[in-house]
Design a protein around this ligand. Structure first.
Ligand SMILES: [Zn+2]
Length: 190
């Protein structure tokens, strides 16, 4: 039985934390204007319908934007919670069909979502310094892999890595997550 038959998973997620996750990922050092790149931005209230979606105004170019502007998450009918869960399931190597089952969504909708997420969360990916053994084509998706690491893999990274047997982003991402998990556990036990 799918989890969604028992509980509405997305309903259990905290909206405020989902938006904080996106902010932390795209602006680790504070919000920047997606138009001119200036860091001189001020908070400008919240979205009318999404309580935790922060709006900003750029003091340099007077542009207005919010947490999701310029990301694949903007302008979609699915709530951010559903995207975050989708990311989580992708991190566990679930198929589109399995994700659709868990989220109670149409398979083709989920396929569109996962394709977009694989291309990257933010249209213009932030600069990321990658160290160690990184496959050449992994750089393009480095941004989203960071989100996988944050959103998922808190539980059983070894099992996830083992399942990621196929080539491509999924297995790379699982290995990276497992490596991150090991680093993190070393640090916290030191
Ligand atoms: Zn600006």
């Amino acid at each position: 039985m799918a989890v969604s038959d028992l509980i509405n998973l997305s309903g259990l997620l905290d909206d405020a934390k989902c938006f904080a996750l996106v902010r932390q990922h795209r602006w680790p050092e504070g919000a920047r204007c997606p138009v001119c790149g200036s860091g001189a931005v001020i908070r400008d209230g919240h979205d009318d319908t999404q309580l935790y979606r922060q709006r900003y105004r750029c003091k340099a170019c007077a542009g207005r934007f919010d947490d999701l502007t310029g990301t694949v998450l903007a302008g979609h009918h699915q709530p951010l919670r559903v995207w975050v869960l989708c990311l989580y399931f992708m991190g566990l190597n679930l198929s589109n069909r399995q994700i659709a089952g868990e989220l109670g969504l149409d398979g083709s909708d989920v396929q569109t979502m996962t394709e977009q997420l694989r291309r990257g969360l933010v249209a213009k990916a932030p600069e990321v310094t990658l160290k160690g053994e990184v496959e050449p084509d992994a750089r393009a998706s480095s941004g989203i892999d960071e989100v996988y690491v944050v959103a998922g893999h808190k539980g059983q990274p070894a099992a996830v890595a083992k399942r990621g047997g196929s080539d491509g982003v999924a297995s790379w991402q699982a290995r990276r997550a497992a490596a991150r998990w090991r680093r993190t556990s070393h640090r916290s036990s030191a």
